[in-house]
Design a protein. Structure first.
Length: 277
């Protein structure tokens, strides 16, 4: 069965995996190459994502590294609104995703600026109103696995049974969303969140098991520490490792690759697609 989600009444199918390009309007994201502040930089970045074959633009206004400072919803929205206004004006037909765990940000993003997808790294755990808000807005929801907050997540890496615990987390959360009438769900196993380096690679090895839910799977490993720590390099030097892991993810059933480097990810999709024919 080909997985799909509903975007404004039209089915977006994943017969071919899609690439989501990252646009950060944060001053402190871990990969400096993704930070965009001026209007010219923002428009140029979206153009680059689309020209290189990206189908979704994921816009974030808050860094989620363990060393970042949590900013409140009002400040995040204030940071995001000029970008959302600009991007929607310049790219009226582009599929936009908002990277936020606040319902107070998700609501205006969808209702005022036509954002199409909510990408919540906390899986509704930071904001108790998020699930109800997603149901009301009637847009696809990216449900990620994480414990705690970005600032405390690396204190929560003990699991009774690592893979089974994460599978149970998704089963429980998907059921809650379904009961609220939310059916367009994308799951993200949460590489780098509440997991050690070894656990991240174990998760990748077992990624195919997450197809049991029959919903699209998003993988976001772009230039993360699981790559540059293993390879003893920097985020700037970890593109090759990113492509290697993205290839494995695609072979394991990933439907969306969330990346900084769109061209290289699109090439991974093309090559794996040729092998899989």
């Amino acid at each position: 069965m080909i997985k799909s989600i509903n975007i404004n009444g039209e089915l977006l199918d994943f017969s071919t995996p899609l690439v989501m390009g990252i646009l950060n309007v944060t001053p402190d994201s871990f990969y400096s190459g993704s930070r965009k502040q001026s209007e010219e930089e923002i428009v140029s970045r979206v153009c680059q994502i689309l020209e290189e074959g990206g189908k979704i633009v994921d816009i974030g206004g808050q860094s989620t590294t363990p060393t970042s400072t949590l900013i409140p919803a009002k400040e995040e929205l204030k940071r995001l609104e000029p970008t959302l206004r600009l991007v929607r004006k310049e790219f009226p037909n582009t599929i936009l995703s908002i990277d936020t765990f606040y319902s107070e940000v998700a609501g205006p993003a969808v209702e005022k600026y036509g954002v199409n997808i909510i990408n919540d790294i906390s899986g509704g755990q930071i904001d108790d109103n998020m699930f109800e808000t997603v149901a009301r807005l009637n847009v696809p929801y990216i449900l990620m696995h994480m414990r705690g907050t970005p600032q405390t997540m690396q204190q929560h890496t003990h699991y009774d049974n690592f893979i089974q615990d994460i599978l149970y987390y998704f089963s429980e959360k998907i059921s809650k969303l379904n009961l609220l009438g939310v059916n367009d769900i994308i799951i993200d196993p949460g590489f780098g969140f509440s997991k050690t380096t070894d656990q991240n690679y174990q998760l990748m090895a077992y990624l195919k098991y997450f197809n049991i839910f029959d919903v699209p799977i998003l993988v976001g490993i772009s230039r993360k520490s699981m790559i540059y720590k293993l390879l003893e390099c920097t985020p700037q030097e970890s593109l090759n490792g990113t492509s290697a892991l993205n290839t494995f993810a695609l072979l394991s059933g990933a439907n969306i690759l969330r990346v900084h480097d769109v061209k290289e990810a699109v090439e991974c999709v093309k090559i794996v697609g040729k092998i899989s024919k």
